[in-house]
Design a protein around this ligand. Structure first.
Ligand SMILES: *Cc1c(COP(=O)(O)O)cnc(C)c1O
Length: 406
């Protein structure tokens, strides 16, 4: 099925990717979601919206981001060539701004005055605060008190950008409670407020909207790689948390003879609670308003998850990923904390690029595959830069002297 036909068909009008997706909502939120869906489906076709988004991407975000050939790293691994799509060079240092600017522009076109969300490690909060400042929208970010204490630099960024950060003091005071608080706010205020999700997850229409705003990554990368080499890559890969950078990167290649692999975090090992590899170890279920593959505890509730990369520690995955695996079009594999840290140091030392720990998972997989393949090419979506991870990595692994050898 070609790219355009696929996009017309999925999701269906009720937000399904095959049996996955949908919208499992409290009745009060049904009209709010319906309003966003209808507005988005109209606005996304207007030339005014499309042209404004293009201008923002070019002039504010610095797009297109380049594709880079890792010649030294590739030589060290053998003869297979590794390339990176440099989302670390997108403004604010990661791919998240692609959907946050889209969501901000949508809010503006819908006449909303305020955007809200929750954040865990603060990456989504910073990207959304950036969009709010750009569009002159009020912004409130809910964040667990425990996370606020851990993520001081991101809290500071949001505040400098003019966003109100609300400390959530209930329960474990982390992401789950922050999600509940953000939804409570949304139920009360949806007339002038729009809720902006941080990944390709949640009830319909969010997985569709976020995916659409992230296509720019794969579309640029496909054209750039072809222009550089005359070919398409043999393998493309990206890390999968909720699944936004990966879905936007993958879909433009869906009709190409290209192997597509999503990489999940294996953390400390394959025991429940030690990883966040939902696709690899989970099963079908409904949580956070959508049907997908998820990690459950003994009671069927979302299981505790862990990864060295806080952007990947989510107990489910966007519904389109579950569907693409069922179709047999995308495969999912894992990389451990240790492999990710190894990739983090190798890219830093051999190429002068410090990657985000999230992105390091995709890179670790690419390095493993490059050795096995011994020829051909792999294109990795480098979803973000690693400045945010430096303190943690240095504290736990030093400066990388143990990781030099191949
Ligand atoms: C948040 C984040 C991710 C994970 O989110 P997805 O929705 O799966 O893309 C990956 N990389 C970086 C740099 C992030 O900040």
């Amino acid at each position: 099925m070609d790219y355009a036909t696929y996009l017309k068909k999925y999701p269906s009008a009720d937000g399904r990717f095959g049996k996955y997706g949908g919208a499992y909502l409290p009745p009060q939120l049904v009209p709010a979601m319906e309003e966003i869906t209808q507005a988005y489906l109209t606005i996304c076709h207007s030339s005014q919206f499309i042209n404004e988004l293009r201008r923002i991407r070019r002039e504010f975000q610095g797009r297109p981001t380049p594709v880079y050939h890792c010649e030294t790293l590739s030589r060290k691994l053998g003869n297979c060539q590794i390339y990176l799509k440099r989302e670390d060079l997108n403004h604010t240092g990661a791919h998240k701004l692609n959907h946050c600017m889209g969501e901000g522009l949508l809010a503006k076109f819908m006449g909303k005055k305020r955007i809200i969300a929750e954040t865990g490690a603060g990456q989504h909060g910073v990207a959304l605060a950036t969009a709010a400042a750009f569009f002159g929208l009020d912004c409130t970010i809910y964040m667990g008190a425990v996370d606020i204490a851990k993520q001081a630099p991101n809290v500071a960024r949001m505040k400098v950008l003019g966003t109100k950060v609300v400390s959530v003091e209930k329960g474990a005071k982390t992401l789950k409670e922050a999600v509940d608080a953000a939804f409570e706010d949304y139920m009360e205020n949806y007339k002038d407020t729009i809720y902006c999700i941080g990944s390709a997850v949640g009830p319909h229409p969010f997985p569709m909207i976020v995916r659409d705003f992230q296509f720019v990554v794969g579309e640029e990368a496909r054209a750039q790689f072809k222009e550089m080499t005359g070919f398409l890559p043999d393998v493309i890969t990206a890390c999968v948390g909720g699944g936004s950078n990966s879905i936007g990167f993958f879909l433009p290649f869906i009709n190409d003879p290209v192997e597509i692999v999503g990489v999940e975090p294996l953390g400390r090992g394959d025991k429940l609670g030690d990883h966040a590899a939902s696709m690899s170890y989970g099963s079908e279920g409904v949580m956070h308003g959508f049907d997908s593959i998820m990690l459950k505890d003994a009671d069927g509730e979302p299981a505790p998850v862990y990864s060295i990369a806080s952007g990947l520690d989510y107990p489910s995955v966007g519904p389109e990923h579950a569907f693409l695996r069922e179709l047999g079009r995308v495969n999912y594999d894992v990389a451990s904390d240790r492999e990710a840290v190894d990739a983090f140091f190798k890219l830093s030392r051999y190429e002068g690029i410090i990657p985000a720990l999230e992105s390091s998972h995709a890179l670790a997989y690419a390095m493993r595959r490059a050795k096995e393949m011994g020829q051909g090419s792999i294109l990795v979506n480098l979803s973000g830069r690693g400045d945010k991870d430096l303190d943690y990595v240095i504290e736990h692994y030093g400066y990388g002297d143990d990781f030099k050898d191949f």
